[in-house]
Design a protein around this ligand. Sequence first.
Ligand SMILES: [Zn+2]
Length: 260
Amino acid sequence: MKWEELTSPKIAALDKSIPVVMNIAAIEQHGPHLPLATDALIGEHFISRLNAERGEQVLVLPQIKVCCSRHHMDFAGTLTASHTTLLEYISEIAASVFQAGFQTFVLLNSHGGNQAIGQVAVEKIGADYPDRQVALATWWSLAREELKALSESGPFGTGHACELETSLIQLIAPHLVEAPVPDGLHYERMFAQADGDMLSAGSASLYRSMKEISGGSGVVGAVETASAEKGQRISDIVTAQLVRFVDELRDYGTRRTYGN
Ligand SMILES: [Zn+2]
């Protein structure tokens, strides 16, 4: 169910154990071939599939499209909010959801730049509301092992506007993919402990802007192995894990709340 399409009396009458899920996305550069809305399109896609799978057993909030993209600001078209603004905004929406009586608030993240502040949001809101469930799931982390098995890009091949994201946009919005798709591996190496990709994080973290890490291309990783067919496989894998996560969270919240 979509929160914004229901009436207030219907929201008031719902079972409050139904998980409430909100996508945090981005409007930012995605290389020369993908639209600025890439992360928002991908987030909306997974939210729609979750909604289709769970129907009246899930509530989806309006997505937050503009989030934390300062590290992309060297590229035209990127929009950003600060970490503190996003933290406050998410916290205030969560407070509204909890005031309506719901027990479980889930952030579905579709953008790398939201991972750290998303985790802070979970820890802050979770501590503010210790009797509720507050959770964060980033789509590529939810299905990391299956995506590793599917990826053909090799080390540092998945990062940004890469094999995974390009495949998904080729599936979801092929009319928005510009040709030619970039070739070669786009990744400026640092050193072993700091290097990593979407599916294999480094053992430490070192800040670099997207301009630096992409060598100026706006792409991190490899794109040539992307396809709409692979996008469908990614979509199915991630949707299955997302549905499972939301189901498990609801079960856990019910056990926790009612002590079964
Ligand atoms: Zn992206």
